[in-house]
Structure formats: structure tokens, C-alpha cells
Design a protein around this ligand. Structure first.
Ligand SMILES: N[C@@H](CCC(=O)N[C@@H](CS)C(=O)NCC(=O)O)C(=O)O
Length: 213
């Protein structure tokens, strides 16, 4: 299978980490959503990453859909509790950090597409409130589970997603995770693992066609 997208994308990164921990191997196409937009659109009309091309040529897009396929159709190792309170807690944490990453991307796009004088201060301020609120809630969850994985005795997709997305927010927004010490400690524990290091790329601010300068 082929995974398309740079690893500075937290969405591509969590898929790469999950695929690897589940025992899969993949070819990687390090295509940028800026420079390689048209090439990515040959696989996905949205021109977004991650894209996963299966061995039979089927194309999967959207990280949650790719991980749904991984969980239900290609499981080599369980990355989520099957049901019950632990699964709901995993989904709650993934929802919180996904919302924060979504707002972080919106803030980054504001910077890419608008010169400083034309940026929406209201959008950036609202985004900051949303991201910081989510990180407060994640910090509380990490405090309650200090030194443990977030929902289970083993690492799950909640840990993978929280760490990948929080690192993105730190690098790209940017913000200092030290403001959320328990979350920062959990992220550091994950980022110290080989599989996280293997799929890390420093954030690169693309300049797509059409951006104002
Ligand atoms: N919800 C999507 C988000 C994907 C996403 O926003 N990817 C970014 C890369 S970090 C992208 O492709 N951005 C280009 C664009 O949206 O134009 C997922 O989880 O796959």
C-alpha cells in the first residue's frame, strides 16, 4: 500500500504510526499539499492528505476513515478498546484533540493565505480560545492518568492522536505545550518512541498558488 502526505501533517503522521504499530508496511509518497496539490488531486478530489492507496488500487482518504478500515478490515493489533467506557474515553480525547487540530489548521491557513494586515483577528482569537480550551481538558485527562497510557494498559489510538496533534499545534500554531505540563509530559513520552521519531517532520509553512503576499 502507498501512503501519500508529508509527516508534518499530523493526520498523515497518526496514520503512519498506527499502520506501523498494527504491523503493516507501506510505500511513502512525501507529497506536499502546496507543491503537489494537482498530483494529490489525481487520488483525492479534495487534494488533502493523508491518502492511502490499497494494494488493489482502492483509495482511502480522511485519517478517521483510514483508521476505521485499519480497525475493522486489516487488524493485526487492536489500537482501541472494542467498546464500553474506555472506548468512549478514547473517542472523547480523540474528539478534543481533533477539534483543536482542526482549529489550529484554520489559524495556520489564515497565516498562509493572508498577509498580516488582512488576517482576521476575530478568527485567530476564537481559534486560540478553542485550542486552549481543548488543551486544558486534555491536560486534565493526562493528570488523571499520570505516567500511564490514556485509556488502557497499552498505547492506543488516543495516545497516538493526542501526541501527534499536540506536537503539530506546538510546531505550527505555534504554542508552548509547557503551559499544559501533564499533557506535555505525555506527549514527550510518546515522542521519545522510535515509531514517533521515524514519522516526524518539522512543520513547513507552504506557499500555495493564490496566496496573497
Ligand atoms: N480531517 C482530515 C484533515 C486532513 C487535513 O486537513 N490535511 C491537511 C494537511 S495537514 C491538508 O491536506 N490540507 C490541505 C487543504 O486542506 O487544502 C483528516 O483527518 O484526514
Amino acid at each position: 500500500m502507498i501512503l501519500i502526505g508529508l509527516f508534518d501533517s499530523p493526520f498523515t503522521r497518526r496514520v503512519a504510526i498506527a499502520l506501523t504499530l498494527a504491523g503493516h508496511t507501506f510505500e511513502h509518497r512525501a507529497w506536499s499539499v502546496g507543491a503537489d496539490f494537482d498530483r494529490i488531486r489525481e487520488y483525492s478530489p479534495l487534494g488533502r492528505v493523508p491518502v492511502l492507496v490499497l494494494d488493489d488500487g482502492e483509495v482511502l482518504t480522511e485519517s478517521s476513515s483510514i483508521l476505521d478500515w485499519l480497525e475493522h478490515e486489516a487488524p493485526h493489533a487492536a489500537l482501541l478498546p472494542p467498546a464500553g467506557p474506555r472506548r468512549r474515553e478514547a473517542m472523547r480525547l480523540i474528539g478534543l484533540v481533533s477539534g483543536a487540530a482542526d482549529r489550529g489548521v484554520a489559524m495556520v491557513l489564515e497565516r498562509i493565505f493572508h498577509p498580516e494586515h488582512a488576517r482576521s483577528k476575530a478568527l485567530l482569537a476564537r481559534g486560540a480560545v478553542q485550542v486552549e480550551g481543548a488543551l486544558d481538558a486534555l491536560d486534565a485527562a493526562c493528570t488523571a492518568r499520570a505516567g500511564q497510557w490514556l485509556v488502557s494498559d497499552t498505547m492506543t489510538l488516543a495516545d497516538i492522536t493526542v501526541a501527534s496533534y499536540a506536537t503539530y499545534l506546538q510546531d505550527a500554531v505555534p504554542l508552548d505545550l509547557a503551559r499544559w505540563p501533564a499533557l506535555a509530559a505525555h506527549v514527550a513520552r510518546c515522542e521519545a518512541l522510535d515509531v514517533f521519531k521515524r514519522y516526524y517532520a518539522p512543520f513547513y509553512l507552504p506557499q500555495p498558488k493564490g496566496a496573497e503576499t
